[in-house]
Design a protein around this ligand. Structure first.
Ligand code: BG6
Length: 479
Protein backbone atom coordinates (compact mmCIF):
# COMPACT_ATOMS: atom_id res chain seq x y z
CA UNK A 1 0.00 0.00 0.00
CA UNK A 2 1.11 3.56 -0.63
CA UNK A 3 -0.20 4.74 2.69
CA UNK A 4 2.42 6.12 5.09
CA UNK A 5 2.29 6.61 8.80
CA UNK A 6 3.46 9.83 10.34
CA UNK A 7 2.84 12.32 13.07
CA UNK A 8 3.83 15.84 12.09
CA UNK A 9 4.74 18.44 14.65
CA UNK A 10 4.90 21.81 12.95
CA UNK A 11 6.69 24.64 14.72
CA UNK A 12 5.44 27.87 13.20
CA UNK A 13 2.02 26.46 12.36
CA UNK A 14 0.35 29.88 12.40
CA UNK A 15 2.74 31.24 9.80
CA UNK A 16 2.24 32.22 6.24
CA UNK A 17 4.35 29.41 4.78
CA UNK A 18 2.35 26.75 6.62
CA UNK A 19 -0.90 28.03 5.15
CA UNK A 20 0.40 28.76 1.69
CA UNK A 21 2.49 25.64 1.16
CA UNK A 22 2.37 22.98 3.86
CA UNK A 23 -1.33 22.43 4.40
CA UNK A 24 -2.08 22.31 0.68
CA UNK A 25 0.86 19.94 0.14
CA UNK A 26 -0.29 17.64 2.96
CA UNK A 27 -3.79 17.73 1.55
CA UNK A 28 -2.56 16.64 -1.88
CA UNK A 29 -0.70 13.75 -0.28
CA UNK A 30 -3.93 12.91 1.46
CA UNK A 31 -6.05 12.97 -1.70
CA UNK A 32 -3.51 10.68 -3.35
CA UNK A 33 -3.67 8.20 -0.50
CA UNK A 34 -0.14 8.65 0.88
CA UNK A 35 -1.68 10.05 4.02
CA UNK A 36 -4.93 8.46 5.04
CA UNK A 37 -5.87 6.97 8.36
CA UNK A 38 -2.52 6.87 10.08
CA UNK A 39 -1.45 10.46 10.22
CA UNK A 40 -1.93 13.44 12.48
CA UNK A 41 -0.59 16.94 12.67
CA UNK A 42 0.15 18.99 15.75
CA UNK A 43 0.48 22.65 14.95
CA UNK A 44 2.34 24.76 17.48
CA UNK A 45 3.18 28.43 17.87
CA UNK A 46 2.95 31.03 20.60
CA UNK A 47 -0.56 32.11 19.80
CA UNK A 48 -3.48 30.60 21.71
CA UNK A 49 -5.64 28.82 19.21
CA UNK A 50 -8.26 26.16 19.74
CA UNK A 51 -8.24 22.95 17.72
CA UNK A 52 -11.36 24.17 16.03
CA UNK A 53 -9.82 27.48 15.04
CA UNK A 54 -6.73 25.70 13.73
CA UNK A 55 -8.80 23.25 11.73
CA UNK A 56 -10.60 26.20 10.16
CA UNK A 57 -7.27 27.73 9.21
CA UNK A 58 -6.34 24.44 7.57
CA UNK A 59 -9.67 24.29 5.77
CA UNK A 60 -9.18 27.84 4.51
CA UNK A 61 -5.73 26.91 3.23
CA UNK A 62 -7.13 24.11 1.08
CA UNK A 63 -10.34 25.91 0.09
CA UNK A 64 -9.42 26.26 -3.57
CA UNK A 65 -8.18 22.69 -4.01
CA UNK A 66 -10.52 20.61 -1.85
CA UNK A 67 -12.49 17.83 -3.45
CA UNK A 68 -15.52 18.29 -1.24
CA UNK A 69 -16.50 19.87 2.06
CA UNK A 70 -16.69 16.47 3.63
CA UNK A 71 -13.23 15.56 2.42
CA UNK A 72 -11.79 18.82 3.78
CA UNK A 73 -13.58 18.15 7.06
CA UNK A 74 -12.15 14.64 7.39
CA UNK A 75 -8.64 15.82 6.49
CA UNK A 76 -8.65 18.71 8.94
CA UNK A 77 -9.93 16.49 11.74
CA UNK A 78 -6.39 15.04 11.89
CA UNK A 79 -5.05 18.45 12.99
CA UNK A 80 -4.59 19.58 16.60
CA UNK A 81 -3.22 22.79 17.99
CA UNK A 82 -0.99 23.28 20.99
CA UNK A 83 0.15 26.72 22.01
CA UNK A 84 3.80 26.57 22.79
CA UNK A 85 6.74 28.55 24.06
CA UNK A 86 9.79 26.99 22.46
CA UNK A 87 12.00 27.88 25.43
CA UNK A 88 9.82 26.33 28.11
CA UNK A 89 10.60 22.66 28.80
CA UNK A 90 7.23 22.21 30.53
CA UNK A 91 5.58 22.86 27.20
CA UNK A 92 7.45 19.99 25.60
CA UNK A 93 5.94 17.62 28.17
CA UNK A 94 2.49 18.74 27.14
CA UNK A 95 3.47 18.33 23.54
CA UNK A 96 4.82 14.86 24.19
CA UNK A 97 1.61 13.76 25.88
CA UNK A 98 -0.44 15.00 22.97
CA UNK A 99 1.94 13.37 20.48
CA UNK A 100 1.81 10.04 22.28
CA UNK A 101 -1.95 10.07 22.49
CA UNK A 102 -2.34 10.93 18.79
CA UNK A 103 0.19 8.25 17.99
CA UNK A 104 -2.03 5.62 19.55
CA UNK A 105 -5.32 7.16 18.38
CA UNK A 106 -4.17 6.96 14.74
CA UNK A 107 -1.87 3.92 15.12
CA UNK A 108 1.17 5.76 13.81
CA UNK A 109 3.85 3.40 15.17
CA UNK A 110 6.20 6.11 16.36
CA UNK A 111 7.02 7.80 13.07
CA UNK A 112 7.61 11.50 13.69
CA UNK A 113 8.34 14.43 11.44
CA UNK A 114 9.34 17.63 13.17
CA UNK A 115 8.87 20.60 10.90
CA UNK A 116 10.81 23.73 11.81
CA UNK A 117 9.17 26.57 9.98
CA UNK A 118 10.11 29.58 12.05
CA UNK A 119 13.01 31.84 12.96
CA UNK A 120 16.25 29.80 12.88
CA UNK A 121 17.21 31.45 16.17
CA UNK A 122 15.20 28.71 17.86
CA UNK A 123 16.13 25.66 15.80
CA UNK A 124 18.82 24.57 18.26
CA UNK A 125 16.64 25.17 21.30
CA UNK A 126 13.83 23.15 19.79
CA UNK A 127 15.90 20.17 18.69
CA UNK A 128 17.59 20.00 22.10
CA UNK A 129 14.23 19.95 23.85
CA UNK A 130 12.83 17.37 21.46
CA UNK A 131 15.63 15.07 22.50
CA UNK A 132 15.71 15.92 26.22
CA UNK A 133 11.97 15.85 26.74
CA UNK A 134 11.83 12.60 24.78
CA UNK A 135 9.64 13.57 21.91
CA UNK A 136 11.94 11.47 19.81
CA UNK A 137 10.55 7.96 19.64
CA UNK A 138 12.37 4.65 19.78
CA UNK A 139 10.00 2.59 17.66
CA UNK A 140 9.66 4.68 14.49
CA UNK A 141 11.60 7.13 12.37
CA UNK A 142 12.34 10.65 13.55
CA UNK A 143 13.00 13.23 10.86
CA UNK A 144 13.48 16.96 11.02
CA UNK A 145 12.51 19.29 8.20
CA UNK A 146 14.28 22.61 8.29
CA UNK A 147 13.22 25.68 6.38
CA UNK A 148 15.66 28.28 5.22
CA UNK A 149 17.40 30.49 6.06
CA UNK A 150 19.92 28.05 7.48
CA UNK A 151 21.99 30.71 9.25
CA UNK A 152 23.04 34.06 7.86
CA UNK A 153 26.67 33.24 7.06
CA UNK A 154 29.08 30.34 7.33
CA UNK A 155 29.80 30.88 11.00
CA UNK A 156 26.20 31.14 12.16
CA UNK A 157 25.14 28.21 10.00
CA UNK A 158 27.95 26.11 11.51
CA UNK A 159 26.82 26.93 15.02
CA UNK A 160 23.26 26.11 14.07
CA UNK A 161 24.30 22.85 12.50
CA UNK A 162 26.39 21.82 15.51
CA UNK A 163 23.50 22.58 17.83
CA UNK A 164 21.10 20.49 15.77
CA UNK A 165 23.64 17.69 15.38
CA UNK A 166 23.77 17.32 19.17
CA UNK A 167 20.29 15.82 18.93
CA UNK A 168 19.83 14.62 15.34
CA UNK A 169 22.15 13.06 12.79
CA UNK A 170 22.67 14.44 9.31
CA UNK A 171 20.64 11.59 7.84
CA UNK A 172 17.63 12.66 9.91
CA UNK A 173 17.78 16.24 8.60
CA UNK A 174 15.89 17.47 5.56
CA UNK A 175 16.95 21.01 4.69
CA UNK A 176 14.37 22.34 2.31
CA UNK A 177 15.40 24.16 -0.81
CA UNK A 178 12.06 24.22 -2.59
CA UNK A 179 13.76 24.75 -5.96
CA UNK A 180 15.06 21.18 -5.64
CA UNK A 181 11.45 20.01 -5.60
CA UNK A 182 10.56 21.76 -8.85
CA UNK A 183 9.96 19.45 -11.78
CA UNK A 184 12.26 21.25 -14.19
CA UNK A 185 15.07 21.58 -11.66
CA UNK A 186 14.87 17.83 -11.12
CA UNK A 187 14.87 17.48 -14.88
CA UNK A 188 18.37 18.97 -15.16
CA UNK A 189 20.08 15.73 -14.14
CA UNK A 190 17.57 13.71 -16.13
CA UNK A 191 18.25 15.66 -19.34
CA UNK A 192 21.99 15.64 -18.79
CA UNK A 193 22.42 12.01 -17.86
CA UNK A 194 19.76 10.13 -19.77
CA UNK A 195 20.52 11.53 -23.23
CA UNK A 196 23.78 10.63 -24.85
CA UNK A 197 23.28 13.47 -27.32
CA UNK A 198 23.12 16.03 -24.53
CA UNK A 199 25.68 14.36 -22.32
CA UNK A 200 28.30 14.38 -25.05
CA UNK A 201 27.71 17.98 -25.94
CA UNK A 202 27.63 19.13 -22.31
CA UNK A 203 31.29 19.54 -22.72
CA UNK A 204 33.14 22.53 -21.23
CA UNK A 205 35.31 22.58 -24.36
CA UNK A 206 32.34 23.37 -26.54
CA UNK A 207 30.03 25.28 -24.19
CA UNK A 208 30.40 29.02 -24.32
CA UNK A 209 28.38 30.02 -21.26
CA UNK A 210 25.52 29.14 -18.98
CA UNK A 211 23.01 31.74 -17.83
CA UNK A 212 20.67 31.38 -14.90
CA UNK A 213 17.85 33.88 -14.48
CA UNK A 214 15.47 33.83 -11.50
CA UNK A 215 13.46 37.04 -11.60
CA UNK A 216 10.35 38.11 -9.76
CA UNK A 217 7.89 40.85 -10.52
CA UNK A 218 6.79 41.23 -6.90
CA UNK A 219 8.62 43.44 -4.41
CA UNK A 220 9.38 42.42 -0.82
CA UNK A 221 5.70 42.49 0.13
CA UNK A 222 5.28 41.97 3.91
CA UNK A 223 8.73 40.54 4.41
CA UNK A 224 10.65 43.83 4.72
CA UNK A 225 11.96 43.03 8.16
CA UNK A 226 13.53 39.74 7.16
CA UNK A 227 14.55 40.83 3.69
CA UNK A 228 16.29 44.05 4.68
CA UNK A 229 18.73 41.99 6.75
CA UNK A 230 19.02 39.31 4.13
CA UNK A 231 19.09 40.74 0.61
CA UNK A 232 18.96 38.85 -2.65
CA UNK A 233 22.39 37.29 -2.23
CA UNK A 234 21.41 35.39 0.92
CA UNK A 235 17.77 34.98 -0.02
CA UNK A 236 18.26 33.46 -3.48
CA UNK A 237 21.92 32.98 -4.45
CA UNK A 238 23.18 31.07 -1.42
CA UNK A 239 20.51 28.43 -1.86
CA UNK A 240 18.50 28.24 -5.08
CA UNK A 241 21.02 29.68 -7.53
CA UNK A 242 24.04 27.74 -6.28
CA UNK A 243 22.07 24.51 -6.08
CA UNK A 244 21.12 24.99 -9.73
CA UNK A 245 24.75 25.76 -10.62
CA UNK A 246 25.81 22.51 -9.00
CA UNK A 247 23.22 20.46 -10.88
CA UNK A 248 24.27 22.01 -14.18
CA UNK A 249 27.97 21.42 -13.75
CA UNK A 250 28.51 18.47 -11.40
CA UNK A 251 30.14 15.33 -12.74
CA UNK A 252 28.00 12.34 -13.53
CA UNK A 253 27.43 10.44 -10.29
CA UNK A 254 28.23 6.72 -10.16
CA UNK A 255 24.58 6.05 -9.57
CA UNK A 256 21.50 8.07 -8.79
CA UNK A 257 21.74 7.53 -5.05
CA UNK A 258 21.59 10.25 -2.44
CA UNK A 259 25.21 9.70 -1.48
CA UNK A 260 26.59 9.71 -5.00
CA UNK A 261 24.62 12.77 -6.05
CA UNK A 262 25.57 14.58 -2.86
CA UNK A 263 29.23 13.73 -3.39
CA UNK A 264 29.35 15.26 -6.88
CA UNK A 265 27.35 18.34 -5.94
CA UNK A 266 29.63 18.94 -3.00
CA UNK A 267 32.79 18.53 -5.08
CA UNK A 268 31.45 21.10 -7.50
CA UNK A 269 30.39 23.64 -4.88
CA UNK A 270 33.74 23.33 -3.17
CA UNK A 271 35.50 24.14 -6.41
CA UNK A 272 33.85 27.53 -7.03
CA UNK A 273 36.45 30.23 -7.56
CA UNK A 274 36.31 33.11 -5.10
CA UNK A 275 35.04 35.88 -7.30
CA UNK A 276 36.70 39.20 -7.85
CA UNK A 277 33.65 40.97 -6.47
CA UNK A 278 34.27 44.39 -8.05
CA UNK A 279 34.75 42.89 -11.48
CA UNK A 280 32.43 39.93 -11.38
CA UNK A 281 29.45 40.77 -9.18
CA UNK A 282 26.83 43.49 -9.44
CA UNK A 283 24.11 44.45 -7.01
CA UNK A 284 21.10 46.66 -7.40
CA UNK A 285 18.07 48.01 -5.61
CA UNK A 286 14.69 48.80 -7.08
CA UNK A 287 13.26 52.25 -7.39
CA UNK A 288 9.63 53.26 -7.61
CA UNK A 289 7.81 52.59 -10.85
CA UNK A 290 7.25 55.58 -13.11
CA UNK A 291 3.48 55.48 -12.70
CA UNK A 292 3.90 55.46 -8.93
CA UNK A 293 2.04 52.17 -8.56
CA UNK A 294 5.03 50.48 -6.87
CA UNK A 295 7.10 52.00 -4.12
CA UNK A 296 10.86 52.17 -4.10
CA UNK A 297 12.47 49.46 -1.98
CA UNK A 298 13.55 52.05 0.57
CA UNK A 299 9.94 53.12 1.04
CA UNK A 300 8.68 49.62 1.70
CA UNK A 301 7.33 48.75 5.12
CA UNK A 302 9.94 47.82 7.74
CA UNK A 303 12.80 48.70 5.40
CA UNK A 304 15.48 51.17 6.45
CA UNK A 305 14.93 54.37 4.41
CA UNK A 306 18.67 54.43 3.75
CA UNK A 307 18.95 50.72 3.20
CA UNK A 308 21.90 49.43 1.19
CA UNK A 309 20.32 45.99 0.88
CA UNK A 310 20.44 44.54 -2.61
CA UNK A 311 17.20 43.42 -4.21
CA UNK A 312 19.09 42.33 -7.31
CA UNK A 313 22.28 40.39 -7.90
CA UNK A 314 24.07 39.52 -11.11
CA UNK A 315 27.36 37.74 -11.20
CA UNK A 316 29.83 35.66 -13.06
CA UNK A 317 30.62 32.35 -11.42
CA UNK A 318 33.76 30.52 -12.41
CA UNK A 319 34.49 26.94 -11.50
CA UNK A 320 38.08 26.51 -10.54
CA UNK A 321 38.83 23.27 -12.33
CA UNK A 322 40.74 22.57 -15.54
CA UNK A 323 37.56 21.31 -17.05
CA UNK A 324 35.19 24.19 -16.34
CA UNK A 325 37.47 27.21 -15.90
CA UNK A 326 36.65 28.68 -19.30
CA UNK A 327 32.89 28.42 -19.13
CA UNK A 328 31.44 31.45 -17.32
CA UNK A 329 28.18 30.92 -15.49
CA UNK A 330 26.22 34.14 -15.42
CA UNK A 331 23.53 34.38 -12.80
CA UNK A 332 20.97 37.03 -11.96
CA UNK A 333 18.06 37.25 -9.62
CA UNK A 334 15.97 40.08 -8.30
CA UNK A 335 12.69 41.43 -7.05
CA UNK A 336 10.43 43.92 -8.78
CA UNK A 337 11.71 43.00 -12.20
CA UNK A 338 9.93 42.81 -15.46
CA UNK A 339 8.45 39.35 -15.10
CA UNK A 340 8.34 36.33 -12.89
CA UNK A 341 10.59 33.89 -14.69
CA UNK A 342 12.99 31.12 -13.77
CA UNK A 343 15.04 29.77 -16.62
CA UNK A 344 18.42 28.46 -17.66
CA UNK A 345 20.10 29.18 -20.99
CA UNK A 346 22.99 27.01 -22.09
CA UNK A 347 24.98 28.30 -25.05
CA UNK A 348 27.38 26.48 -27.31
CA UNK A 349 30.30 27.98 -29.14
CA UNK A 350 30.12 28.30 -32.86
CA UNK A 351 31.64 25.48 -34.89
CA UNK A 352 35.36 25.76 -35.43
CA UNK A 353 35.26 26.25 -39.15
CA UNK A 354 31.95 28.05 -39.43
CA UNK A 355 31.21 26.96 -42.95
CA UNK A 356 27.87 28.73 -42.77
CA UNK A 357 26.42 31.89 -41.30
CA UNK A 358 25.43 30.15 -38.10
CA UNK A 359 23.87 31.40 -34.88
CA UNK A 360 24.79 30.05 -31.47
CA UNK A 361 23.16 26.80 -30.50
CA UNK A 362 21.11 27.20 -27.39
CA UNK A 363 19.30 25.03 -24.89
CA UNK A 364 16.74 26.75 -22.70
CA UNK A 365 15.31 25.03 -19.66
CA UNK A 366 12.14 26.77 -18.49
CA UNK A 367 11.64 26.21 -14.79
CA UNK A 368 8.61 28.46 -14.30
CA UNK A 369 6.02 29.70 -15.05
CA UNK A 370 6.48 27.79 -18.29
CA UNK A 371 7.90 24.30 -17.93
CA UNK A 372 9.83 22.42 -20.53
CA UNK A 373 12.87 22.88 -22.70
CA UNK A 374 13.76 24.17 -26.12
CA UNK A 375 16.78 23.67 -28.32
CA UNK A 376 17.71 26.21 -30.92
CA UNK A 377 19.72 24.93 -33.87
CA UNK A 378 20.76 26.15 -37.30
CA UNK A 379 18.82 24.95 -40.30
CA UNK A 380 19.24 25.72 -43.96
CA UNK A 381 16.79 28.32 -45.10
CA UNK A 382 14.73 27.00 -47.99
CA UNK A 383 15.78 28.23 -51.40
CA UNK A 384 18.92 29.07 -53.23
CA UNK A 385 22.27 29.40 -51.51
CA UNK A 386 23.35 28.06 -48.15
CA UNK A 387 21.88 30.44 -45.65
CA UNK A 388 21.11 29.36 -42.14
CA UNK A 389 18.23 30.35 -39.98
CA UNK A 390 17.66 29.37 -36.38
CA UNK A 391 14.91 26.85 -35.66
CA UNK A 392 13.63 25.75 -32.31
CA UNK A 393 12.84 22.20 -31.25
CA UNK A 394 10.56 22.49 -28.33
CA UNK A 395 9.16 20.29 -25.62
CA UNK A 396 6.96 22.50 -23.55
CA UNK A 397 4.43 21.16 -21.09
CA UNK A 398 0.84 22.20 -21.53
CA UNK A 399 -0.83 24.37 -18.95
CA UNK A 400 -3.00 21.44 -18.02
CA UNK A 401 -0.01 19.17 -17.47
CA UNK A 402 1.65 21.82 -15.32
CA UNK A 403 -1.51 22.23 -13.29
CA UNK A 404 -1.69 18.51 -12.69
CA UNK A 405 1.98 18.09 -11.78
CA UNK A 406 2.72 17.88 -8.08
CA UNK A 407 3.95 21.09 -6.54
CA UNK A 408 7.49 21.28 -5.13
CA UNK A 409 6.44 21.03 -1.49
CA UNK A 410 4.22 18.06 -2.14
CA UNK A 411 7.07 16.14 -3.75
CA UNK A 412 9.55 17.07 -1.05
CA UNK A 413 7.16 16.12 1.75
CA UNK A 414 6.62 12.76 0.10
CA UNK A 415 10.39 12.29 -0.10
CA UNK A 416 10.59 12.91 3.65
CA UNK A 417 7.95 10.24 4.27
CA UNK A 418 9.99 7.89 2.09
CA UNK A 419 13.28 8.80 3.75
CA UNK A 420 14.74 9.97 0.45
CA UNK A 421 17.21 12.83 0.90
CA UNK A 422 18.34 13.22 -2.69
CA UNK A 423 16.48 16.48 -3.30
CA UNK A 424 17.56 18.24 -0.13
CA UNK A 425 20.52 20.44 0.71
CA UNK A 426 23.18 18.67 2.72
CA UNK A 427 25.44 20.28 5.24
CA UNK A 428 28.58 20.34 3.11
CA UNK A 429 26.73 22.01 0.25
CA UNK A 430 25.25 24.59 2.58
CA UNK A 431 28.67 25.33 4.07
CA UNK A 432 30.38 25.66 0.68
CA UNK A 433 27.59 27.96 -0.53
CA UNK A 434 27.87 30.20 2.50
CA UNK A 435 31.61 30.42 2.05
CA UNK A 436 31.15 31.62 -1.52
CA UNK A 437 28.43 34.09 -0.60
CA UNK A 438 30.18 35.44 2.53
CA UNK A 439 33.09 36.57 0.40
CA UNK A 440 30.79 38.67 -1.78
CA UNK A 441 28.81 39.96 1.18
CA UNK A 442 31.99 41.07 2.94
CA UNK A 443 33.20 42.97 -0.10
CA UNK A 444 29.86 44.75 -0.39
CA UNK A 445 29.76 45.54 3.31
CA UNK A 446 32.99 47.46 2.89
CA UNK A 447 31.51 49.56 0.16
CA UNK A 448 28.62 51.37 1.79
CA UNK A 449 28.79 54.43 -0.43
CA UNK A 450 26.44 53.55 -3.22
CA UNK A 451 24.31 50.85 -4.73
CA UNK A 452 23.15 50.91 -8.34
CA UNK A 453 19.42 51.48 -8.70
CA UNK A 454 17.10 50.03 -11.27
CA UNK A 455 13.60 51.08 -12.19
CA UNK A 456 10.80 48.80 -11.03
CA UNK A 457 9.76 46.36 -13.77
CA UNK A 458 13.10 46.46 -15.55
CA UNK A 459 15.71 43.76 -16.01
CA UNK A 460 18.05 45.30 -13.41
CA UNK A 461 20.72 47.98 -13.48
CA UNK A 462 22.84 48.72 -16.55
CA UNK A 463 25.80 47.21 -14.70
CA UNK A 464 24.23 43.80 -15.19
CA UNK A 465 24.36 44.10 -18.98
CA UNK A 466 27.85 45.59 -18.79
CA UNK A 467 29.04 42.57 -16.85
CA UNK A 468 28.42 40.34 -19.85
CA UNK A 469 29.41 42.92 -22.44
CA UNK A 470 32.92 42.94 -20.96
CA UNK A 471 33.15 39.28 -21.97
CA UNK A 472 31.64 39.88 -25.37
CA UNK A 473 28.39 38.21 -24.25
CA UNK A 474 24.83 39.29 -23.59
CA UNK A 475 21.86 38.03 -21.65
CA UNK A 476 19.89 35.68 -23.85
CA UNK A 477 16.68 36.32 -22.01
CA UNK A 478 15.83 39.95 -22.49
CA UNK A 479 12.08 40.56 -22.44
C1 BG6 B 1 12.22 32.04 -1.53
C2 BG6 B 1 12.64 33.44 -1.23
O1 BG6 B 1 13.21 31.14 -1.10
O2 BG6 B 1 12.02 31.90 -2.92
C3 BG6 B 1 11.61 34.44 -1.72
O3 BG6 B 1 12.80 33.62 0.18
C4 BG6 B 1 11.31 34.18 -3.18
O4 BG6 B 1 12.06 35.77 -1.52
C5 BG6 B 1 11.01 32.71 -3.46
O5 BG6 B 1 10.20 34.98 -3.54
C6 BG6 B 1 10.90 32.45 -4.93
O6 BG6 B 1 10.42 31.15 -5.15
P1 BG6 B 1 9.52 30.78 -6.39
O7 BG6 B 1 9.23 29.33 -6.24
O8 BG6 B 1 8.30 31.64 -6.33
O9 BG6 B 1 10.35 31.11 -7.61
Amino acid sequence: STEKKALYIIFGATGDLASRKLYPALYRLYTKGYLKDHFAVIGTARREWSDEYYQNVVKDAIESIKESDQDAEEFSSHFRYQSHNVKDSEHYHTLKELADSLDSEYAIDGNRIFYLSMSPTFFGTITTHLRDQELVTQNGFNRVIIEKPFGTDLESSKELNDEINDSFDEDQLYRIDHYLGKEMVQDILALRFSNRIIQESWNPETLSSIQITLTEDLGVEERGEYYDKSGALRDMVQNHVLQIVSLLTMDEPDSFSTDNVRKEKLALLESLKQPDVKEEFVRGQYQASKDGACKAYRDEEKVDPESMTETFVAGKIVIDSDKWRNVPIYIRTGKRMKEKTSRIDVLWKKTEKQLFDESDSLLTIHISPEEGFEIQLNDKAIGPGMHMHPVTLSSMRSEETIKESPEAYEKLLLDVLDGDETHFAHWGEVAASWKFVDHIRNAWNEDTESIPFYPAHSMGPQESDDLLLKDGQKWIYNP
